[in-house]
Design a protein around this ligand. Structure first.
Ligand SMILES: C[S@@+](CC[C@H](N)C(=O)[O-])C[C@H]1O[C@@H](n2cnc3c(N)ncnc32)[C@H](O)[C@@H]1O
Length: 360
């Protein structure tokens, strides 16, 4: 299992990046006040989803509904189907769901199952004109101590980190930290956290857990701090926490499958918009878009006799530049959590989907 993850991340290793910023999108005074979660790059998201009267948009990462609300408010006759794997968000967004009950459908579930979620709810015949992925955790999840996502002392909690904490069958951070082998932990920290100081930290985890199980986020932070001197420790703590979260929630696989599902579900001329928060997430999206926008460069048609044409046709095209798009300095001042956001977008063509031919 660990090997599988490592291979997936290694495959995405060799990418180059070109970043742009959208400095013309307005000043900080235009940013509305949100109670808990400030939606990241919300103007850019609206601009690239191209919402019109009658549009049906799937928000695959509903969270506290920041983007969903903006989409619904941007056009009085559009619709949103909103998905989230965290059952807690649906209670927290009761007011929003009530306010827009005629134009908003919420579905608990994982976006890797997008097609079947739509089928099970008899929504699969709808023409989907836009799909949004805003990856990672919401501020609510990070700031809730009982979820165990945060490494901050004042937010100490159990080592959990499941996005769906109601699922009794899923793996927790506690199980990873207290039962995985030294080499498994090192691989997770290195490949999913891009953390270099793995040897000392994993050895110390193994030593401490022989005395008693490591129970809380603060205990894990102390172990990392004891092995890595400051200032390097701060970055290592953040990387190791992110790596465990990604492993616990199977995030790489979710993103890869989610993109392929989006390709199947989007109607021709429909818009895909993604927001990533670190290079591993962004590499997956970038690789997917490179392959689907210029398939002949990345795939050999002779290997796929079942493809219905003589040559691969792009299933997406880039219709908006710059790519990728970064938040403005004004937005970063307004919401520091947007600082690492990377937005990409593309338009679905009418060509057959390519997801099934893409190599993992
Ligand atoms: C960054 S937050 C989204 C915030 C939201 N866009 C807003 O404006 O309030 C990411 C959300 O996606 C959810 N999520 C992450 N991975 C998911 C997956 N594979 N399937 C469904 N939901 C997922 C998380 O539970 C979290 O609520």
């Amino acid at each position: 299992m660990i090997r599988y993850w490592v291979n997936r991340v290694q495959c995405q290793w060799n990418s180059t990046y070109r970043f742009y910023s959208t400095s013309t999108l307005g000043g900080k005074n235009d940013y509305p006040s949100y109670q808990i979660h400030k939606p990241v790059m919300y103007r850019e998201v609206l601009q690239r989803l191209k919402v019109q009267p009658g549009s049906i948009i799937v928000d695959c990462t509903f969270g506290l509904g920041g983007h969903t609300r903006n989409i619904l408010e941007s056009c009085k006759s559009c619709y949103v189907i909103a998905i989230d794997r965290d059952p807690e968000v649906f209670d927290l967004t009761k007011d929003l769901r009530k306010q827009y009950s005629d134009r908003l459908i919420t579905l608990p579930g994982q976006f890797s199952q997008l097609g079947s979620l739509l089928r099970e709810n008899r929504l699969n015949n709808l023409k989907i004109s836009g799909i949004l992925f805003d990856y990672g955790c919401s501020s609510y999840q990070i700031d809730s101590p009982h979820r165990g996502f945060s490494f901050k002392k004042e937010l100490e909690g159990p080592l959990d980190m499941r996005m769906n904490s109601h699922s009794s069958s899923s793996l927790t951070a506690f199980q990873v930290i207290n039962s995985f082998s030294e080499s498994e932990l090192r691989d997770i920290f290195y490949f999913l956290g891009e953390e270099k100081h793995t040897k000392m930290v994993t050895r110390e985890i193994l030593r401490i857990r022989q005395i008693a199980p490591i129970q809380t986020t603060s205990e894990l932070v102390k172990i990392i701090e004891s092995q890595i001197p400051y200032p390097a420790a701060s970055k290592s703590i953040s990387r190791i926490f992110r790596a465990i979260r990604m492993y616990v929630n199977d995030e790489i696989q979710e993103i890869e499958k989610g993109l392929k599902e989006a390709e199947l579900v989007l109607e021709p001329n429909g818009h895909l918009v993604t927001i990533s928060f670190h290079s591993i997430e962004d590499r997956i999206v970038k690789k997917f878009l490179q392959s689907t926008c210029t398939p002949s460069k990345f795939m050999d048609i002779d290997e796929y006799p079942q493809y219905p044409h003589d040559e691969f046709k792009p299933s997406f095209e880039i219709d908006e530049f710059p790519q990728p798009l970064l938040p403005t300095t004004e937005e970063i001042e307004w919401n520091s959590r947007s600082a690492s956001a990377i937005l990409r977008s593309a338009k679905r063509t009418s060509a057959p989907p390519l997801g099934q031919y893409l190599k993992d």
